[in-house]
Design a protein around this ligand. Structure first.
Ligand code: GLY
Ligand code: MN
Ligand code: MN
Length: 513
């Protein structure tokens, strides 16, 4: 069950033969295992406090999400694992983070629910939850009693080690989903399975132990192929956000903007440090942990030429006066929704003429993309609008070897040398949300109210790029905002963070000494 559940051999006992490697992880400990000690440590504890569990605000929305999924898989049993711990090194795990589909369907975010599994059991159509054809049950590993050795000796799950886990009743209260012990899962998954009976589908890649259990149980090979349909449906289910999700996205963006304010205020300190980029990153990560759950992705703090490396997360360089610093950062709030915001700022507080020229081109591209982001337009139109501006501006600067209209031909794309990434991606519980959605609903999809995505054009001139004049070399600019499609257009969720060059300079002047 866990790595540490058996108290160690008494310290003085001389091993008679070499211990198997797999058993050596806790060699350092000398935990007593005598019956007297077990009796002693499992007794004498005061009654547990009354439960403080309350219904999560997400619970009012998750039934409708499950119901929409249910309609696509009539008669199938759907298995959505939270996943388990991932080892970081030896016996030390990464902080647990549930699979995004599990978080979306249960509303559970940072709560401790490793190894939990949501199952949608098929029932007669219309008789299930929310009038659907499925009944949800959340299988969890609940808090262990104090009379168990898990209580004190299990470093992954035990209360002494990681704190008290929620009870079945607590989780039922917070999620609004009936709960059962995870030990009942296998029998529950097997019920009525057969060639003419229930088919079991499992989200691939979420939990290999649960996948193996499902493989053993299920009747047909075809079910395995349909696992991918389930993953696709779960991704597509998140393309349009509900009211709770939009509120959480705005919260994530607002907390992220506070983090940008703190990073700007730290720029003078960053300039004093050989790894000034880490000063910036550390400021944001500290803010994210204080005010939210974590960062939604590795922070990019890219000063000077580093800004031309799209995913510069080393962040080990200096921050120099007179250069730009590109900061791409997002707070993930407790519900696991994340912002994804980029600003490119002049370290000293004012843009040089050439920096401003490049910045303005990117801003104009972003504004064109915003104008294209309206209900009824296609997702791909947003990128096309931004690229039209970028190509024409590069033509104006004499950088394109062909006219902009020729470069814009899908077969050519010369301008993409200086912006190789896309302009937009869906955003939500995953920073690159809805990634398994079909192309006809994503890139070729039609924009609908409730969709949330980024608009993030950029221009990146590497310092060794001989195709651009020297004055451009080493300049990288990206401007990234988070956008909500509404009934009559869009809302820039990150509009409170200055993005016009004059507004940035005025904002920074207030924040810098
Ligand atoms: N921060 C990753 C992205 O902008 O897509
Ligand atoms: Mn992005
Ligand atoms: Mn980003």
């Amino acid at each position: 069950m866990s790595q540490d559940v058996t108290p160690e051999t008494p310290a003085q006992a001389a091993p008679t033969e070499p211990q198997p490697l797999a058993d050596r992880g806790s060699n350092r400990a000398q935990r007593p295992g005598s019956p007297e000690f077990l009796r002693w440590i499992t007794s004498g504890w005061d009654a547990r406090p009354a439960s403080s569990a309350t219904r999560s605000p997400a619970a009012d929305h998750t039934a409708a999400r499950r119901s929409a999924l249910s309609a696509q898989f009539p008669g199938d049993r759907l298995v959505v694992p939270a996943g388990t711990f991932k080892v970081r090194s030896n016996d030390t795990d990464y902080r647990f983070r549930p699979h995004s589909a599990f978080a979306h369907l249960t509303g559970l975010g940072v709560e401790q629910e490793p190894d939990a599994v949501l199952v949608l059991h098929p029932v007669a159509d219309g008789t299930g939850d929310d009038g659907s054809g499925h009944r949800a049950v959340l299988y969890v590993r609940p808090m262990a009693g104090r009379d168990t050795d898990e209580f004190f000796s299990d470093s992954r799950y035990g209360e002494f080690w990681v704190g008290a886990r929620p009870t079945l009743e607590d989780l039922e209260t917070s999620t609004g989903i009936p709960t059962a012990h995870v030990d009942e899962l296998r029998d529950a998954l097997s019920k009525d399975v057969g060639p003419d009976g229930v088919q079991v589908l499992v989200v691939p890649g979420a939990d290999e132990t649960i996948e193996a259990v499902v493989e053993e149980i299920r009747a047909s090979e075809a079910a395995g192929e349909r696992d991918e349909k389930l993953a696709e449906a779960l991704s597509e289910l998140r393309l349009v956000k509900d009211a709770y999700e939009i509120e959480q996205m705005q919260l994530a963006v607002d907390v992220t903007i506070e983090g940008f304010v703190k990073m700007v205020a730290r720029l003078p300190v960053a300039q004093e440090h050989a790894r000034g980029e880490r000063v910036i990153e550390g400021t944001f990560v500290g803010h994210a942990r204080q005010e939210g759950n974590a960062v939604g992705y590795e922070t990019i703090a890219a000063a000077g030429e580093h800004a031309t490396t799209l995913h510069w997360t080393e962040n080990d360089g200096p921050v120099r006066a007179g250069e730009l610093v590109l900061i791409d950062a997002g707070v993930e709030v407790d519900s696991l929704y994340t912002a994804d915001v980029t600003r490119t700022l002049p370290v000293s507080g004012t843009f040089t003429e050439v920096q401003r020229r490049v910045y303005q081109a990117v801003l104009d591209a972003a504004d064109a993309a915003f104008a294209a982001a309206v209900p009824g337009a296609r997702f791909r139109d947003i990128h096309a609008a931004a690229m039209d501006v970028i190509a024409h501006r590069l033509e104006d600067w004499g950088l394109l070897p062909v006219p902009a209209e020729v470069a814009l031909d899908p077969e050519n794309q010369h301008h993409r040398r200086w912006m190789v990434h896309g302009t937009s991606h869906h955003l939500g519980i995953d920073v690159h949300d809805c990634a398994q959605a079909r192309a006809e609903l994503y890139l070729d999809g039609v924009l609908e109210p409730g969709m949330v995505f980024t608009i993030e054009p950029g221009l990146y001139f590497k310092s060794d790029d001989l195709m651009v004049p020297a004055e451009y070399r080493g300049i990288g600019v990206r401007i990234e905002d988070d956008v909500l499609i509404t009934a009559d257009g869009n809302v820039n969720l990150s509009a409170a963070l200055p993005r016009e060059p004059d507004a940035i300079e005025a904002w920074m002047a207030d924040l810098l000494p």
